[in-house]
Ligand binder design. Structure first.
Ligand SMILES: Cc1ncc(C[n+]2csc(CCOP(=O)(O)OP(=O)(O)O)c2C)c(N)n1
Ligand code: SF4
Ligand SMILES: [Mg+2]
Length: 239
């Protein structure tokens, strides 16, 4: 029997550009929180970047905490210590988590903070106009690499995967219904590991930024499938 489509409750307009991967992640997280009964028992710890668009929108039961750039894992750890009954998760960009916040990203994994980290990797600094990020591909044109990036991106997954305190590490994308379903499973797993076992999880989402990539939403997904995933392979790396 065909599955009946239902929009998650309480989701209204969220201010992302058309075709942006952030919006798919936001919707999926809202679905998981609703389905698992954590809508009013979670704290979304937001980094600085396009993830901050969720402020003021009626998602996640409105339980959001803004942080200094790159600091959500440590701020989230503090929140979890005072409210261990609540699902605490970070919502960050690749610039937030792997540039200014790289220290906190690795610290949280190494210490096994009982939180769940979600990083939207769109290979640039989306919010500030498409500058080079640590994840920008070799040859990728950005506003600060106008002739194409001369050096090479970093892939944090092998390091995260190698850390004993990491219970689950995975990378997904949002370019097709099949990939979106996988991402939903990863989110569910991270929720369960934190709330049932007090464990740290890391999920990276390779995500289109059509506005700064100067591609249509369809071409952005094609570029991810054909090029970006060669550099940032998808799948479960731990757990
Ligand atoms: C301390 C500090 N330095 C720099 C900035 C400017 N800034 C705001 S968002 C951002 C990058 C966001 O990129 P990313 O984390 O990849 O998120 P995206 O918008 O791409 O999702 C930067 C550098 C800032 N807000 N605070
Ligand atoms: S600038 Fe990029 S990441 Fe930010 S909302 Fe627009 S498409 Fe999404
Ligand atoms: Mg980014």
């Amino acid at each position: 029997m065909a599955k009946e489509f239902k929009a998650p409750k309480n989701i209204k307009y969220v201010g992302f550009c058309p075709g942006c991967g952030h919006s798919i992640f936001v919707r999926l997280m809202q679905e998981v929180l609703e389905e698992k009964g954590y809508l009013d028992k979670n704290v979304c710890v937001v980094g600085v970047g396009c993830s901050a668009n969720v402020h003021g929108d009626n998602v996640y039961g409105d339980n959001k905490m803004e942080c200094h750039h790159g600091r959500p894992p440590v701020a989230g750890n503090g929140m979890k210590r005072v409210r261990p009954d609540v699902f605490v998760w970070t919502y960050q960009g690749d610039g937030d988590a792997y540039a200014i916040g790289m220290g906190e990203t690795i610290l949280a994994a190494e210490q096994g903070f009982p939180i769940s980290v979600f990083v939207i990797n769109n290979c640039n600094y989306g919010m500030t106009g498409g500058q080079m990020a640590p994840t920008t591909l070799h040859g990728q044109v950005t506003t600060t690499t106008t002739k194409g990036r001369a050096d090479y991106p970093i892939n944090v997954m092998p390091l995260i995967q190698s850390i004993d305190n990491v219970a689950f590490a995975a990378r997904a994308t949002v370019t097709s219904p099949a990939e979106i379903r996988k991402l939903k499973k990863y989110i569910e797993k991270a929720v369960d590991l934190q709330m049932n076992e007090g464990k740290y999880s890391f999920v990276e989402i390779v995500s289109p930024c059509p506005t700064n990539w100067h591609k249509s939403p369809v071409d952005s997904c094609k570029w991810i499938d054909e090029e970006v995933t060669k550099v940032f392979p998808l799948g479960v790396f731990k757990g």
